[in-house]
Structures are given as C-alpha cells and as structure tokens.
Design a protein around this ligand. Structure first.
Ligand code: MG
Ligand code: MG
Length: 238
C-alpha cells in the first residue's frame, strides 16, 4: 500500500503542476494516466461503477466526484484532485485541493482549514482512540474557522479494495465510539469543507457532487496506516 501511495503522491505532484489557467480538467486526467503507466500501477477510479477517468477533478463549488472534461480552469479557481492507484492488488487513495493562478483570501482560508482538518484527524488516529475522536478532531478545524464540514460523504477503510469498512466520518458520532483504533488499521481520511452550507446535491450525470448553495468547497485526503509508533501517512512522496 505504501508503494501505491507513493504513486498517488506523484500523481498529485504532476496534477497540481498541470492545474494552471487555460488547462482543461481532461488534460490533468491525461497527465495522471501517464504517471500510472510509468509506475506500472492500475487505476481504482477508472471503471469504478462506470467512472470514466483516473482522477476526480472538482472545481470551486464541486465538492467531490467531478468528471474530468473540457472545462477550462480560470485564474482564481480552486480545484480538488482526487487520485488513486493499485499496485499488486493493494490500493491507495488521496486528494488535494490546489489554487489555479492567484486565489482570493476566502479560497486561501478554505484550503488551509481543510488541510488543518485532515492534519488534526491524522494526529488523532492513534491506538487507544476511537473513530469519534478522529471525526471530532477533523470537525474542530472547520468549526473554529466558521466553515462547514460536509456530512454526506465520509472516509473509509482501504486495503485490497478502495472502499472497505468502517466508514470514517469527519465529525463526532456515537457509532464512531464503537470503532477502537488498532495497530495495522489502514484508513482514508477525507474532510470536505465548504464556505457556506454543508448541504450537497448530485448533478444529473450521476457523479458530480456540488454544494446546494453554490459556495466553494475543498477536499483533502490521505491513506494512513496505524502503527505502534503512531500514524504513518502512505500517500506522501517517497
Ligand atoms: Mg477516499
Ligand atoms: Mg479519494
């Protein structure tokens, strides 16, 4: 999974560099496909319930699951890039949200808060805690900043499939208390934060999830293994 995670980190680097004003999200997907081919990795996104690309590209008010297409990125946009890879049957999954050109202060704060939410959740992913502690840590960053945590989508266990149990909510839930964190546990944690309402809806294409009020959203995700020495992020550059 660490090998698959390094491929995902490389996809992030390549996609983030490609996400410039004037570039289409389809072109970013093509750049990600080149990384998979170069590293002899396969995609866990392509063909997933019929998904047509190896990344999700979600600009501005798209929260998650945006399909790469001929949408041209503009100066001042933000775009979430969710990438996955499989090596020898083992999966990794991670997302970043990046600025396109110069972004305003609202977008800058949104990116910082969502990244902080993920960082806090990872810090809470230690033996002895439970998933309510992880979710509470994720939510705290958004609440303190006066932003909203999306509740319609959650993180997940990951291993020989991209989505395994348990669900990992980005907020404190009673059921999270039943999931104690043990060494060897591997999860994808993925907070999604909006500057307005946390309510979402899915467009007619069956994939694209947008904020109901049109406000901007950001999404950060890592695949993380719990070890006796603490959380180990698998989706970082090697
Ligand atoms: Mg995920
Ligand atoms: Mg993902």
């Amino acid at each position: 999974m660490a090998r698959a995670g390094r491929v995902v980190a490389e996809m992030h680097e390549v996609c983030a560099r490609a996400a410039r004003p004037g570039v289409t999200t389809a072109a970013i997907d093509r750049a990600a496909r080149e990384v998979l081919a170069r590293r002899d990795a396969t995609s866990n996104f392509l063909g997933y319930h019929g998904f047509p690309a190896v990344i999700c590209a979600s600009p501005n008010s798209v929260v998650v699951h945006g399909i790469p297409d001929e949408t041209v990125l503009q100066d001042g946009d933000i775009v979430s890039l969710d990438c996955g890879a499989i090596i020898d049957g083992w999966h990794a999954d991670a997302a970043i949200t990046v600025p396109v050109g110069e972004i305003d202060a609202v977008s800058q704060q949104l990116l910082e808060v969502t990244q902080r939410s993920l960082d806090r959740a990872i810090a809470a992913l230690v033996v002895g805690n439970n998933l309510a502690d992880v979710g509470g840590a994720a939510e705290s960053a958004a609440v303190e900043a006066g932003l909203s945590m999306v509740r319609d989508y959650v993180g997940h266990g990951i291993g020989t499939a991209m989505h395994e149990s348990p669900e990992v909510p980005n907020y404190r839930t009673p059921r999270g208390r039943r999931h104690r964190i043990r060494s060897g546990f591997v999860v994808a944690i993925e907070p999604m934060v909006t500057v307005g309402s946390p309510e979402t809806e899915t467009l007619d294409d069956g994939w694209t999830v947008v904020t109901m009020d049109g406000s901007r959203a950001a999404h950060f995700e890592h695949t993380i293994a719990v070890t006796d020495d603490g959380p180990q992020i698998l989706t970082l550059p090697g």
